[in-house]
Design a protein around this ligand. Structure first.
Ligand code: GLA
Length: 731
């Protein structure tokens, strides 16, 4: 395992537990080519796969013809403008107005461990856990150095990549495109799987065949957005949850992105991923660097589920940093859907009292506690407590909540400014806008220009003084609109193209400061629900609010898509009131609990108003959460049935790493007349172990449960669900 250089063959071989990734250096020009990524192999002398003697006819071929070679060669980091006409990873604008880049290998180093990426979130690992390759390439004419950085994690079939770009010459030059990843290979009749949606409908799964041309997913919203997600997978046509080859691509970044796949004239596939080059132009002065964000590449020969479990393990072990990463999260009560803006100290305490009685562990005060904020049309930026509502002040409220035995948490939307706010009246220039043009409002608010240090410092001071003023142990960091009208009064004209990325760097700096200064804090990121649910944010917060849609049935689809790449421990999920505020649907209280338990688990309803019968169920649900959540947080995730595919029945299973315990959750969405029980085959158990089911007195071998399956009685009615707990039986 690890990384080896074969000097004579000029091949670099990166090995993980069950995958290999091979890079070849070819020709007198020292081009860096991609030889292979897939199931582990033992040989390294595979340069023949680069087909360097096989330049195709396009439409000519003679001795001096290099273009057909460039346009068909599998590049590790293709560059723009030299005759490879596919989507490139890098392009520039020189002082003479040229855009081409041509890279050749110079040297490399291999070392144990992994470097931090300056100012950016990234996976991490110790010297025992990972090995890094740095491949230095140079463009002599441009005088640019590009270091391709690869890290392999030895216990996970993942390769993470980024590029560090340096202007080593004297002339100022602009970077107009700097992607993070390219993977060139022959088409294996791939399907592309990607995640799409809208507000309240995030990360719905789409699977479609890859054909000629390009399929691109992207964002220009300044955040990944509700609409597209910076993930896709290439899955062999016949691959299923459990079988076949799947390549997963995920971007550790929280801003504009572009990712996708292109099939060319020779049936080669090119997958790319990186910062969206649209509205990106980065000034490179002499000796300046640009670090691209990290992209994660995962390989599975065990179907989509195999890919999912690699991502889960990678993120749980090598991306999330919080002290809560390996801990059960406090069961919280959030007041948003309970009260919206209509609350005061008394109301919150009456909710807290009932929440405490029912066994909850934290009260979170959502939007509306500051400035004149009684609706969503004012006060963002005025982070002072509204003592008309929070009578007695914040410390009093937090103390009273603590006296009830609950922790206390609070909501902020630090990146925003309302036109109707004291902050805007003092600093209109702090709102992002183009001089001479009225910026567009969204949710009645503008975005603060956090590319400016003085703005970041101001916002940070506001948040930290609130956090120091009372016993606050949780923060929900929200962000409720996309970015547009990009203009910063603090940047010169030739750096305005840096603004989107500088914004994201500013955000990362703010969150880094926050978690360093308040290390005990449980931070939950949020963006109008799940518009900024990405691996970048996970580096700062161990959980992210999944969606504003809390309807248990809609959540089945959202959480299935989210769990395809993210561990359940990070998905913010609450039990809310019915009829549901987003979908108007009425679902059984139990089912709402089962679905929320596949996430961080909490409540978001007015507990003082729900029926006595529902109130009685809360302690039982919380007991289930305590019983199962270690397993849910740490176990392997298997998808048994998908409601989004079959429109009737959803089922997922968690298996402990030692295969001694498992939990199955199912929801029957629609019942049918004259319907028999359902047979499901379990997954991930040990065939030779004996197991006892919570629904039966008998003991069965894992092989029986997995291959012959079990029956689930057809529940009477719609939206009914259940749990089946399985434990290893020693007898
Ligand atoms: C966003 C969040 C909600 C809530 C509101 C408050 O929509 O996703 O959970 O916090 O803002 O305004």
């Amino acid at each position: 395992m690890g990384i080896t250089y074969y000097n004579q063959e000029r091949v670099l071989k990166l090995d993980t537990r069950s995958a290999s990734y091979l890079i070849g250096i070819v020709d007198e020009e020292n081009f860096v080519g991609h030889i292979y990524f897939g199931k582990k192999i033992d040989d390294f002398d595979l340069q023949y796969l680069l087909r360097i003697k096989e330049a195709p006819f396009v439409p000519s071929k003679n001795n001096g013809d290099r273009l057909s070679f460039y346009d068909s060669f599998p590049w590790e980091f293709p560059t723009h403008g030299i005759g490879d006409f596919r989507e490139a990873c890098m392009a520039v604008e020189t002082n003479l107005g040229h855009s081409a880049v041509k890279l050749g290998y110079v040297s490399h180093k291999i070392y144990k461990g992994k470097p931090k990426l300056k100012g950016l979130p990234a996976t991490f690992g110790s010297e025992e856990e990972c090995t890094t390759l740095e491949l230095l390439c140079i463009d002599d004419a441009l005088e640019f150095e590009v270091t391709l950085i690869y890290t392999v994690f030895e216990d996970i079939d993942a390769v993470v990549r980024s590029a560090l770009i340096k202007n080593a010459g004297d002339k100022v030059c602009y970077l107009t495109k700097a992607l993070s990843l390219c993977l060139d290979m022959d088409d294996k009749a791939f399907d592309m799987i990607s995640l799409h949606g809208s507000w309240g409908r995030e990360r719905h799964i789409q699977r479609q065949a890859v054909g000629y041309g390009k399929k691109v997913i992207s964002s220009l919203r300044g955040e990944p957005g509700h609409q597209d997600h910076p993930f896709f997978a290439l899955a062999g046509k016949n691959s299923t949850q459990d079988t076949g080859e799947v390549y997963g691509f995920h971007f550790v970044y929280s801003g504009n992105f572009m990712a996708g796949v292109e099939k060319n004239q020779f049936d080669n596939i090119r997958a790319i991923m990186g910062i969206n080059p649209c509205d990106f132009k980065w000034k490179m002065e002499k000796d300046s660097y640009f670090q691209t964000p990290e992209a994660v590449l995962v390989y599975s020969c065990d179907g989509i589920g195999g890919m999912t479990r690699q991502f889960h393990d990678l993120y749980r072990k090598h991306l999330i940093r919080s002290i809560y990463k390996d801990k059960k999260r406090p069961v919280l009560m959030n007041n948003w859907e309970a009260t919206y803006f209509e609350f005061d100290t008394d109301k919150l305490l009456s909710i807290a009292k009932e929440a405490a009685k029912a066994g909850m562990e934290m009260l979170v005060m959502d939007d509306g506690w500051f400035g004149n904020r009684n609706s969503d049309d004012c006060a963002l930026g005025d982070w002072t407590v509204n003592e008309k509502k929070i009578k007695g002040g914040l410390k009093y409220l937090a103390d009273e909540v603590n006296k009830l035995g609950l922790k206390f948490g609070i909501w902020f939307e630090p990146e925003m400014i309302s036109p109707d706010s004291d902050l805007y009246r003092r600093h209109p220039e702090w709102a992002i806008a183009i001089t001479g043009r009225t910026a567009g409002l969204a949710r009645n608010q503008y975005v603060l220009d956090i590319t400016r240090k003085e703005v970041r410092d101001y916002v940070y001071e506001q948040i930290s003084s609130i956090l120091k003023s009372a016993d606050i142990e949780y923060v929900k960091w929200d962000m409720n609109r996309p970015l547009c009208d990009m203009g910063s009064g603090a940047l010169p004209a030739d750096r305005q193209g840096e603004m989107y990325h500088r914004y994201v760097l500013g955000l990362y700096e703010l969150q880094e400061r926050l978690i360093n200064d308040f290390p005990y804090l449980l931070l939950e990121n949020c963006s109008g629900g799940g518009a900024r649910f990405d691996p970048g944010m996970l580096y700062y917060s161990p959980q992210i609010w999944c969606s504003d849609d809390t309807d248990a049935i809609e959540r089945l689809v959202i959480q299935e898509g989210t769990a395809m790449v993210y561990p359940l421990s990070v998905m913010g999920a609450h039990v809310s009131d019915c009829p549901n505020h987003s979908a108007g649907r009425i679902t059984p209280f139990e089912t709402r609990g089962y679905v929320a338990m596949a996430g961080t688990f909490g409540y978001e309803l007015d507990i003082t108003k729900i029926s006595e019968e529902e109130k009685q169920m809360i302690p039982e649900q919380i007991a289930l959460y305590h019983k199962y959540h270690d397993l849910i947080r740490t176990g392997d995730y298997y998808r048994i049935a998908s409601y989004s595919e079959n429109h009737a029945f959803d089922c997922w299973q968690i298996v402990s790493k030692d295969k001694g315990e498992s939990l199955i959750t199912y929801v029957q969405v629609l019942n049918r007349a004259n319907c028999r029980s359902r047979q499901i085959c379990l997954k991930g158990l040990s065939p030779d172990k004996k197991y006892k089911l919570s629904t039966s007195e008998k003991v069965y071998f894992g092989s029986t449960l997995m291959y012959a399956g079990i029956l689930i009685n057809n529940p009477w009615g719609d939206f009914k669900g259940g749990l089946i707990h399985i434990t290893e039986s020693i007898s």
